[in-house]
Design a protein around this ligand. Structure first.
Ligand code: PLP
Length: 477
């Protein structure tokens, strides 16, 4: 299996080469040269693999179609080490909950940080440790977070050999629960830097450190952001699992509704569908930051400035541009790399938008690729959390509520829709209280977490100071 860049770079790479890389050298995103096809016989076999051997065994089946530069026994061991009931709370790993007629929730947020990002990040941590050991290399992950991504990365990398994490977050701006999750980690390889500023200041520092190529090389700086192909690949697995849990036969179809921000999660659904999983529709649910809903309704993709990016009560979907979207557009355009490059490099850079509404290919987003979309607001979120609690007795988080809202609105008679549950309500307690006037349940292991000692360094929003801190804490190899 070889990987190409969506912008047409002539090089082809193997999985472990792109594992530790971010963007392709031409600024594109990596995709497999073609999607491996899963026929009826393979689907039948995978259904029994899941039922008889469990999620980790299914993960191995899916991953091994895309990874041919890790020996099969090692890859199987990495999957078994990652997807355990101990880490993800249940033997099913991603159990389904029936909501109402034709509607299910797929629980993806019972991992260490209570958000679906654990599903991919936990595997990434094990893959990184494995590959770095094999190469005898070290990696220093530098990132900026306003909540979910940073904690998922830290819980995945804690205690791993060869990896250090330097995570910048805006001082005093994360919820007390999120701060406690991150800052209570005492592992030596985890460094929390609380920057006196906002999230954008943190991100600017990461960018300017990464732009210093000499520093980046010298200190082996890397990232774990959502464009990483390995993260996306790990997410493909739970579409297969969700499908098998929701159906009795492989003749059935299932649609998925996915709370979306950077288009990483739903892009994994697109990959599963391209492989031949019988997915009916892929519904993209956004909040007030509706870049993606606008595209699927009109064919216009218009990135937003920071003044037009709203702070909402589903904050992990507050994005101004969807960093994984280029992968889907590349497929929509019949894998025309020159055209993809033109849209994402020139049109977006010069005009902040591109328009495909007039192009006959745009119609295929729905007809051939199965996409639909919808948006949700704070008021919708409250109403959805309330009605789901009152009618089904289930408390859902704000992001999942955006998904349930859109699924209820879009679902056609007879259609089975699985909504991906992307976080647990305890992470967004304030809005839950506003919706139903009660405190969301807290898993026992998070009891009293706010009272634990905290370990972090407060620092001015100053690139030089951050570089100095990294240099002091990275013995050069
Ligand atoms: C990251 C995140 C999302 C958005 O996922 P994308 O892959 O960026 O589309 C949705 N909900 C929660 C809780 C998240 O943490």
């Amino acid at each position: 299996m070889l990987y190409l860049s969506t912008r047409g770079h002539p090089d082809r790479k193997r999985f472990c080469e792109i594992l530790l890389e971010g963007l392709a050298p031409d600024g594109g995103l990596y995709l497999p040269e073609s999607y491996p096809q899963v026929d009826g016989a393979a689907l039948a076999r995978w259904r029994s693999v899941l039922n008889e051997q469990g999620y980790a065994a299914l993960a191995f089946e899916v991953l091994s179609l895309y990874i041919d530069d890790i020996p099969a026994d090692d890859l199987r061991r990495l999957c078994e080490k990652t997807y355990t009931a101990e880490v993800f709370g249940t033997a099913e790993i991603v159990p389904l909950k029936a909501l109402e007629e034709g509607l299910y929730l797929e629980a993806l947020s019972n991992g260490p940080t209570l958000a679906f990002k654990d599903m991919a990040m936990q595997l990434l941590g094990n893959l990184f440790e494995y590959e770095l050991a094999r190469r005898g290399e070290q990696l220093n992950i530098l990132g900026a977070t306003s909540g979910d991504t940073g904690s998922a990365a830290e819980y995945a990398m804690r205690g791993k050999q060869g990896v250090r994490v330097f995570m910048l977050s805006p001082h005093g701006r994360m919820s007390p629960f999120q701060q406690a999750q991150m800052f209570s980690l005492m592992d030596e390889n985890i460094h929390n830097i609380a920057v006196e500023g906002v999230f954008d200041d943190c991100q600017d520092i990461v960018k300017s450190v990464s732009n210093d190529l000499d520093f980046k090389r010298r200190y082996r700086i890397g990232t774990v952001n959502s464009i990483n192909w390995a993260r996306l690949l790990a997410q493909v697995v739970y579409y297969f699992a969700g499908y098998f849990y929701a159906t009795k036969s492989n003749d059935d179809k299932v649609s998925f509704c996915v709370p979306s921000g950077n288009f990483g999660n739903v892009c994994a659904g697109h990959v599963a569908r391209q492989m031949g999983l019988p997915i009916g529709r892929l519904m993209v649910a956004t909040n007030e930051n509706d870049v993606l809903d606008e595209f699927f309704r009109t064919g216009t993709y218009r990135v937003r400035g920071s003044a037009d990016t709203f702070e909402t009560s589903s904050p992990s979907m507050d994005i101004s541009k969807a960093s994984n979207f280029e992968r889907f557009v590349f497929d929509l355009l019949g894998r025309d790399a020159a055209r993809t490059r033109h849209l994402f490099d020139e049109s977006l850079r010069l005009h902040g938008r591109f328009e495909l509404g007039e192009d006959p290919l745009f119609g295929q987003a729905a007809s051939r690729f199965g996409f639909a979309s919808g948006r949700s607001t704070h008021a919708d979120r409250l109403a959805t959390i309330r009605s789901t609690f009152e009618c089904q007795g289930v408390v859902i988080d704000t992001h999942t509520a955006d998904g349930v809202k859109v699924a209820r609105e879009q679902r056609q008679t007879g259609e089975v829709v699985v909504v991906l549950e992307t976080a647990l309500p305890i992470k967004f307690a304030e809005t839950i209280r506003e919706a139903i006037g009660r405190e969301p349940q807290r898993p026992a292991r998070f009891e009293g977490i706010e009272q634990l000692p905290k370990r972090m360094r407060v620092m001015a929003a100053d690139t030089v100071a951050v570089k100095r801190y990294i240099a002091e804490h990275c013995p050069l190899a």
